[in-house]
Design a protein around this ligand. Structure first.
Ligand SMILES: [Zn+2]
Length: 442
């Protein structure tokens, strides 16, 4: 025990977020090594398998593993000679690709920066919607990819998705028109362009961005940007300005949909819905659906491996923005020639997931755009669901509220900050061909 305590001082103890300067595969079929390493907040655990897991940490992690006699190998991705970018575009080339795609289509897609990386690269976002310059009363959905810089497939899929949405919208594809005309779709292809440029998991400061968000189970449990990485801050500020109710976050290193919580063993609210959304994604992706490791191609985050400070839990806990983490490829940086195949395997799932944002109900106050208060949501007895159930009470502001929900009938009891009360009943009936009835004007 004393030895273990001493060894822990090998690490820089002042770090807040997990650092990713060294990375190893730790062989561990019993979970014993995982237990030891989980005690260090400066170590990131990732991609657990039957034989072990990935561990990232500050300089000295390898020495620490040796001293503890934990069987390990340096991850191939950490090798110096692995820094060749191959045929992949640079972040600057991705920016140009996106700008070229948007050009001429500014009536329904716009590109803007939500902030800058540590090295000053712009964090680009795309918004798709009719009346794209107006913040309409519509459900909002978002995709974020490449927060781990060396997990590159998601970034490439996002660029291809942008292309497909533009092409299909212009060709009057019915479901894409419905999606873009009746919701606001946001896509952030690369949250960590510095990491992508360096082919590295962490950002330019070696921080693991998917361990850098506020966490409701640790002492870092206030939703504040102070002390976080610039890329994390940018996402946090962007989220605070919008009203997302559904999102996904793309990674690599496995093939599975990982759903919340990551940080806690309890079921997340509306787990049934979350599992349904996750399974639908996996069901349209052949390798995911046929996974031999994960039943139906999905897994609960915490049961797979415990993560504190992840983005999906932060999003769902603080904003009711239901987010899952989608692992797209066993190889984090596959040969560039494989990307079209990955896109083919994922495109149906991606578009269906975005469309699910219409499975919900909301309200707005057209004459009082500053209305704020809280809404208590109760599931009513219906054919699909014979139990009445209180889902919870949710804050809202900016004169509108929307929530993705399981199919069923609901009662919303709205209390404004001035004390006035409203009540509405809503039917959530999944029918993407009729997406206009989601909001009730009050
Ligand atoms: Zn990742």
């Amino acid at each position: 025990m004393i030895l273990r305590l001493l060894l822990s001082f090998l690490f820089i103890s002042s770090v807040n977020a997990a650092v990713t300067e060294e990375g190893f595969f730790v062989y561990d079929s019993t979970g014993e090594s995982l237990k030891i390493l989980n005690q260090h907040k400066e170590i990131s655990i990732d991609h657990r398998t039957r034989t072990g897991f990935e561990a990232y940490g500050p300089k000295g992690l390898g020495k620490y593993l040796e001293l503890l006699n934990l069987d390990h190998d340096v991850l191939a991705e950490m090798h110096e000679d692995n820094k060749n970018l191959g045929d992949y575009p640079t972040p600057e080339e991705i920016e140009k690709q996106l700008k070229d795609l948007v050009k001429g289509n500014e009536s329904f897609v716009k590109m803007f920066s939500i902030g800058e990386s540590h090295e000053g690269r712009k964090l680009w976002a795309l918004k798709f919607s009719d009346n794209v310059e107006v913040d309409e009363v519509e459900p909002e959905v978002k995709f974020i990819a490449n927060m781990h810089g060396n997990e590159i497939v998601g970034r490439e899929l996002m660029v291809r998705l942008v292309d497909e949405l533009i092409t299909k919208y212009k060709n009057n594809d019915f479901s894409i028109q419905d999606l873009i005309n009746n919701s606001e779709v946001y896509i952030i292809p690369s949250m960590n362009p510095d990491g992508a440029a360096a082919k590295r998991r962490g950002n330019a400061r070696w921080s693991d961005l998917n361990r850098d968000f506020p966490d409701f189970t640790t002492n870092d449990n206030t939703n504040e940007i102070k002390g976080r990485e610039p890329e994390t801050k940018a996402i946090m500020l962007f989220q605070a300005q919008r009203k997302f109710s559904l999102s996904a976050n793309f990674h690599g290193g496995s093939v599975v949909v990982n759903y919340p919580w990551d940080t806690h063993a309890d079921d997340a609210p509306l787990t049934e819905l979350i599992v349904d959304l996750s399974k639908e994604y996996a069901s349209y992706n052949e390798p995911m659906r046929n996974s031999t490791r994960f039943q139906d191609g999905v897994v609960n985050g915490y049961r797979w491996y415990h993560v504190d400070g992840g983005m999906q839990d932060w999003s769902y806990y603080w904003y009711n923005d239901l987010q899952v983490t989608i692992e797209l490829s066993d190889h984090k940086w596959p040969n560039y020639s494989e990307i079209p195949q990955f896109y083919e395997e994922n495109k149906e799932s991606l578009i269906r997931y975005l469309s699910r944002v219409h499975q919900g109900a909301g309200f707005n106050f057209p004459k009082n755009p500053n209305a704020k208060g809280k809404v208590e949501i109760k599931r009513l007895k219906s054919i699909n669901n014979d139990k009445e159930m209180l889902l919870g009470t949710y804050p809202f502001s900016g004169g509108e509220f929307y929530k993705v929900l399981p199919l069923g009938k609901y009662q919303y009891k709205i209390t404004l900050s001035d004390g006035s009360e409203h009540s509405i009943n809503a039917l959530v009936d999944f029918d993407t061909t009729n997406s206009n009835g989601n909001y009730q004007a009050l």
